[in-house]
Design a binder for this molecule. Structure first.
Ligand code: SAM
Length: 267
């Protein structure tokens, strides 16, 4: 079977790593697990006997039927030939259940997959995910405010999940080896919108506006997004420097500013 580099096909060959990834989901005997990009089944074959229900989403037209054939005698395993970004996760999960997600992700669509998982997590469909991605992306997802890697992806991730960095693997853990290191994260979906008193779609938009240009201060990004100087002056928290950048501020502070702007707009 020919490998398709365009589909991000770097297969995991490190035995300890694939067991560590599967183990990181914990006890899944009563759970539905969705695997993204099972490939040649390196993680699938470990999880299959452990899961209540394993649904593996694979886009490759050759790999998907080969896997379906291989797991044909395991009725708890379902291989779906589909683009994960087009999959309707809600329809795959038995109603009333929450699912876990696992995957050595196709790196070319990592951010889109993460956004899809956060959206599903915010509706209560997902409980945990153990996902491998390029190390630099994982560092951004897990970064804290004030460090170089912190940005819109970090803020979005941390509004939706607690992020745990598990371990990093060298290129030699894969065949063929990619050009980058890879890191595994565990996400505990726990949206913070209610706790921080913000509406999800409005606050998502506000974050995008706030981080629009890294070189600009938060105030300048918000002015470029249409907020007037006077409404920013009225709403600006007294203890927050006017020169602050979104990259240095906690989600609590960002939410405080958003609530204040919204409150003043409504008055
Ligand atoms: N899980 C396997 C492993 O660890 O060896 C394969 C991981 S490989 C990095 C990524 C896998 O995702 C490949 O099997 C690839 O065909 C699949 N893939 C790529 N794009 C996809 C998409 N849009 N939807 C579903 N699977 C996709």
């Amino acid at each position: 079977m020919k490998r398709k580099p365009k589909l991000g096909q770097n297969f995991l060959i490190d035995d300890r790593a694939r067991h560590a990834i599967a183990d990181a989901l914990g006890d899944v005997s009563q759970k539905t697990v969705i695997e993204i990009g099972p490939g040649r089944g390196a993680i699938t074959e470990i999880l299959a006997p452990r899961c209540g229900n394993l649904i593996a989403l694979e886009l490759d037209r050759e790999l998907a039927p080969a896997l379906a054939h291989r797991f044909a005698d395991q009725p708890q395993v379902k291989i779906v030939e589909i683009d994960v970004l087009k999959a309707d996760l809600a329809s795959l999960i038995p109603s009333g259940q929450t699912a876990d997600v696992i995957g050595n992700l196709p790196y070319y669509i990592t951010s889109d997959i993460l956004l899809k998982l956060f959206a599903a997590g915010s509706t209560g469909l997902l409980s945990h995910a153990v996902v491998m991605m390029q190390r630099e992306v994982a560092d951004r997802v897990a970064a804290s405010p004030g460090v170089r890697d912190y940005g819109l992806l970090s803020a979005t991730a941390q509004m939706n999940a607690r992020v745990e960095h598990l371990f990093t693997l060298p290129p030699s853990a894969f065949s063929p080896p990619p050009e980058v290191y890879s890191s595994v994260l565990r996400l505990h979906f726990a949206p913070r919108f209610t706790e921080l008193g913000v509406d999800p779609s409005g606050f998502d938009r506000f974050l995008k506006q706030s981080f629009a240009q890294k070189r600009k201060t938060l105030e300048n990004n918000l002015r470029a997004a249409g907020y007037s100087s006077s409404e920013l002056a009225t709403s600006w928290p007294t203890d927050m420097p006017r020169q602050a950048r979104a990259e240095s501020l906690s989600l609590e502070v960002m939410a405080e500013l958003y609530r204040s702007l919204r409150g003043n707009q409504q008055n």
